[in-house]
Design a protein around this ligand. Structure first.
Ligand code: ADP
Length: 355
């Protein structure tokens, strides 16, 4: 039975890779449904299978949302990474890539990206995967690591304390430029050369400690900022490659809950508003890319300016939308599913009536 399982996995791996390298399908939208907590006794209004999320709107009305892939509450971190792995492979093959975790605070974005020590998520697995692929390759690669946060529309370098130079009392400002080849450069961003997984993971942990976190009514330690890590891979002496340096961004987005619902006031309200604005700018960019519009509104947020050369064109983008199955969260769940629908030309299933 084990051999069959491994063969199935390998077959699925090849299939996913083929799908992913197909340039027509370079934005994928996945959905992950969080498990119900032990104290959630009510029957959830959210059901799912591997491609669909079905919302029970009333006793007689259902709405179905289709995705490239849905991870149900019992899906494991292994299941998720199996579908993500091709993105990692595409970076080694010469593409830029970007993986986002989107969703209401508490729906599992951090669980998907960082994971837990005994249940690692995409970030540690992707970094391990990159080093493994580099070791197996015939080319000579150099890998560098950067980490930043976007908070209230400003960029903050999370690795300043790790840079091999004296820390100045006023951190240098990070500015975004486009070079002659259309590549985005973030001036002054610390970019550290790394040799193995452990070095990267230490930097990642140090970066996480430097994040701005705050309490809201939605969650005790919720993040009102976007946390972005960038792994750049430079391949020396391979003129046939489309670029010398490729990068992958792994982005844990700020909570998507609408700011009025969190009952936030003052600074918390402003933080929430900044997150809401940049998430809608991201949605607009992805939507314009999907429709192949001639104007893509990258300039409307720092988030999309930073990601300009890693979203669209021949880059690989993967958006993982997280939802809660709980009745109390239904409004936010529907908002997240609607965001996902705009992000992907997802075919929206016909409203069903069980009458
Ligand atoms: P977010 O980053 O979206 O605010 P978290 O990742 O912090 O949410 O998740 C909230 C809590 O739920 C955490 O304790 C996390 O470990 C748990 N959790 C989230 N998703 C899952 C999952 N798929 N399986 C098990 N636990 C989960």
């Amino acid at each position: 039975a084990l051999t069959v399982h491994v063969n199935d996995q390998n077959k699925r791996r090849r299939q996913i890779l083929d799908e992913f390298l197909d340039l027509k399908g370079n934005i994928r939208v996945f959905c992950r449904v969080k498990p119900l907590g032990a104290s959630d006794k009510r029957k959830p209004p959210v059901a799912s299978d591997t491609r669909n999320v079905i919302i029970k709107l009333t006793e007689t009305k259902r709405k179905t949302y289709n995705f490239d892939r849905v991870f149900q509450p019992d899906s494991s971190q292994d299941d998720v990474f199996l579908e993500i792995e091709p993105v990692i492979k595409s970076v080694i093959d010469g593409y830029n890539a970007c993986i986002f975790a989107y969703g209401q605070t508490g729906t599992g974005k951090n669980y998907t990206m960082e994971g837990l020590p005994n249940s690692p998520g995409i970030v540690p697995r992707a970094i391990k995967g990159l080093f493994k692929q580099v070791e197996e390759s015939n080319h000579r690669f150099e890998i560098t690591f950067s980490m930043l946060e976007i908070y209230m529309g400003n960029l903050k370098d999370l690795l300043l304390s790790q840079a091999n130079k004296p820390i100045s009392p006023i951190p240098p400002s990070l500015s975004i430029h486009t070079d002659g080849k259309g590549e985005i450069e973030i001036e002054n961003l610390v970019n550290i050369k790394v040799n193995d997984f452990n070095e990267v993971f230490k930097l990642y942990k140090a970066g996480c400690r430097n994040r701005a976190t705050a309490s809201t009514n939605s969650n005790s330690v919720s993040s009102r900022s976007h946390c972005m890590i960038r792994v750049s891979i430079t391949c020396h002496g391979a003129p046939e490659r489309r670029r010398e340096t490729n990068k992958i961004w792994l982005v844990d987005l700020g909570g998507s809950e609408r700011v009025l619902k969190t009952k936030a006031i003052g600074r918390r309200f402003d933080e929430g508003k900044a997150i809401n604005l940049s998430l809608s700018a991201l949605g607009d960019v992805i939507n314009s890319l999907q429709h192949k519009n001639s104007h893509i509104p990258y300039r409307n947020s720092k988030l999309t300016q930073v990601l300009k050369d890693s979203l669209g064109q021949d880059s690989k983008t993967l958006m993982m939308v997280h939802i809660s199955p709980k009745e109390d969260d239904l409004c936010e769940t529907i908002c997240s599913l609607n965001f996902a629908t705009r992000a992907k030309n997802i075919h929206l299933g016909q409203d069903e009536s069980t009458e």
